[in-house]
Design a binder for this molecule. Structure first.
Ligand SMILES: Cc1cc2nc3c(=O)[nH]c(=O)nc-3n(C[C@H](O)[C@H](O)[C@H](O)COP(=O)(O)OP(=O)(O)OC[C@H]3O[C@@H](n4cnc5c(N)ncnc54)[C@H](O)[C@@H]3O)c2cc1C
Length: 412
């Protein structure tokens, strides 16, 4: 059988694309190498992605969703805190977000794709694809599939970027992360945790996240910009943090996961009969929790662009996805500028912990933190874009090293 679209990967990017295409009548095959449910990092979402959830009919569920009010930045060494509430953002998208159990959330997205008519096969890895004039051949661990179009949604595996040697790493961002779930928190911890902010802990060589999850769980992750972060580093950090050692006293720590080399862009994110969505197109340091929102936003744009092309037989145009790519690049560029400032300037001292932001400016900062980065009436977003262009950075082609070491992931 020839499919309209074969999609590699059933994470938020792949399943969103599949659900929207299949729901519009396309014959969609999703190939996912893992069995679901499976653990996945990336638990704190942004308001900007919630319109896609609504379009897919994904309702918050107490098993998988925990209310997210906003973000609190914390520097324990200097006893400083600064809270940003999504309710104070510029008018537009949702004024809250969710923290999610990714095993359950991703399974629900996958089920949504199936309910809308997509075929999903687990335990099948995609190895490569070849575009021809009249279609694509997708080489998998279970044989060859044929389709009119191919979507790479393989996340950090970034299949196409690797095959095309088009990975450009962002070396000035975080280089390694170690993270684990803590269950059964100390008495009183949830009173201190409060109404669902992600805590972004500002520490010497990077930062750490503290994300409340359903089921009396905290996700704690420690990111180092110099690499070398592992289970021992995470353990030492939690033990030495007054706040976290208090909250996790007596708690059970789950397996520690370790990842590295996770910030890059793909300079071949679309082409003849293919497009990359989500992390397969680009992934930035997770400090501002942009990954899932950008993956689902990009997936939605990709599906909406592909549908009329398939209907008109125009899906072979190599430039088909150029407008989607340009749109997503603006989002990635603004987040890259923000992350660059976070690591490489006094932005955190001056704008996060510094003088209270004036009434007009603060909603603009929160709007960017909420992921609402495509609007044209935000002075803060404009400033980030201008500063990025003036300073130059890894966003410029050629600055990174092509074909970097493979991303390493392990569980200990
Ligand atoms: C340390 C860290 C912390 C993060 N924290 C956050 C956060 O708080 N909030 C947030 O929004 N984002 C966060 N992210 C990012 C987030 O995890 C990703 O942006 C998001 O999961 C991207 O979705 P995706 O569908 O593109 O990829 P994924 O969710 O990774 O899904 C890709 C799927 O493809 C499958 N696959 C891979 N290769 C193949 C193959 N060859 N064949 C078939 N299937 C394949 C995988 O098994 C996987 O299921 C974080 C990332 C890191 C590294």
């Amino acid at each position: 059988m020839t499919w309209d679209v074969v999609i590699a990967g059933a994470g938020p990017g792949g399943s969103t694309t599949a659900a929207l295409l299949a729901g519009a009548g396309c014959r969609v095959l999703v190939l996912e190498k893992s069995e679901f449910p499976r653990f996945h990092v990336g638990e704190s979402l942004l308001p900007v992605g919630l319109s896609v959830h609504a379009r897919l009919g994904i309702e918050p569920d107490p098993q998988s969703h925990f209310f997210k009010r906003g973000a609190e930045f914390v520097c324990e060494a200097t006893d400083r805190k600064a809270q940003f509430d999504f309710a104070d953002t510029l008018p537009g998208p949702a004024r809250h977000a969710w923290h999610v159990d990714r095993a359950l959330f991703d399974t629900r997205l996958r089920d949504c794709a199936v309910d809308r008519g997509a075929t999903v096969r687990h335990g099948v890895g995609v190895r490569d694809f070849t575009a021809h004039a009249d279609g694509v051949e997708v080489e998998t661990s279970a044989g060859v599939e044929r389709a009119r179009y191919f979507i790479d949604a393989t996340g950090q595996s970034r299949l196409v970027a690797r095959r095309r040697r088009a990975v450009v790493p962002y070396r000035e961002f975080g280089r390694a992360a170690a993270f684990a779930h803590f269950t059964g928190l100390a008495p009183g911890a949830w009173d201190e945790i409060g109404p669902g902010d992600i805590r972004i802990m500002w520490v010497d060589d990077g930062w750490a996240w503290v994300i409340p999850l359903p089921g009396d769980r905290l996700s704690i992750g420690r990111v180092s910009r110099h690499g070398g972060m592992g289970p021992a580093g995470l353990r030492a950090y939690v033990e030495n943090s007054p706040m976290l050692s208090r909250w996790t006293a007596g708690a059970e720590r789950g397996p520690t996961h370790v990842v590295s080399n996770f910030s890059y862009r793909n300079d071949a994110a679309y082409g003849a009969r293919y497009a990359c969505v989500g992390d397969a197109a680009c992934f930035l340091d997770p400090v501002f929790s942009s990954g899932v929102a950008l993956a689902m936003t990009g997936a939605e744009r990709t599906a909406d662009r592909l549908l009329p092309a398939l209907a008109a037989g125009g899906e072979g145009d190599p430039a088909l996805m150029a407008p989607v790519d340009a749109h997503m690049k603006r989002g990635y560029a603004i987040f890259a500028a923000l992350i660059d400032r976070f690591y490489n300037t006094r932005f955190v001292d001056n704008m996060i912990f510094g003088v209270p932001l004036d009434g007009a400016f603060k909603p603009g900062v929160i709007s960017v933190l909420a992921g609402d980065v495509w609007r044209s009436d935000n002075r803060f977003a404009d400033m980030l874009q201008r500063a990025r262009r003036r300073a130059g950075s890894s966003e410029r082609p050629g600055r990174g090293q092509v074909d970097p070491p493979a991303p390493a992931a392990s569980v200990q």
